[in-house]
Design a protein. Structure first.
Length: 145
């Protein structure tokens, strides 16, 4: 085999490799965290302020998984108060696993979440709530089994 055929074979192999990579790239999905991320980014200062307010509380938000479900416990300062908000189970590698629910706590500032509604995986649980005219925000990592 002379050098001309070797050079031609090298170029053809390189072209086939590039073609394969282009075809593979068309099948890749690019998921955004949120569809309207730009407007949410502009309002992110509110999240920063709510997070600072949460850090000033004496106790923190906790999440525990049992056979009955996931128990979300708000800080002790929220007991016997009217609390409204949302809980977002955010899965960063699969948008189809994301799960949002409304926050409906009892008088002990706790809520039981049915684990059967959530697919197993690693989640960043983003909790936002309002109490006494103040907004609060907390994030916790959780592995749902």
């Amino acid at each position: 085999m002379n050098w001309g055929y070797r050079l031609l074979f090298t170029f053809l192999a390189f072209g086939a490799m590039i073609g394969y990579l282009v075809i593979r790239s068309f099948g890749t999905t690019y998921e955004l965290v949120e569809k309207d991320y730009y407007s949410n980014e502009l309002a992110y200062q509110k999240v920063i302020d709510a997070n600072k307010r949460t850090n000033l509380l004496q106790t923190s938000l906790t999440l525990n998984q049992t056979d009955a479900g996931i128990t979300l416990q708000l800080p002790a300062e929220m007991k016997n108060k009217k609390v409204t908000g949302t809980v977002w189970f955010y899965c960063d590698y699969d948008q189809r696993k994301d799960f949002r629910i409304g926050l409906q706590t009892d008088t002990d500032a706790a809520q039981l979440i049915d684990v059967n509604k959530i697919s197993p995986g690693d989640y960043l649980v983003k909790t936002t709530w309002d109490c006494d005219g103040q907004s609060y925000y907390a994030e916790r990592l959780m592995k749902v089994k």
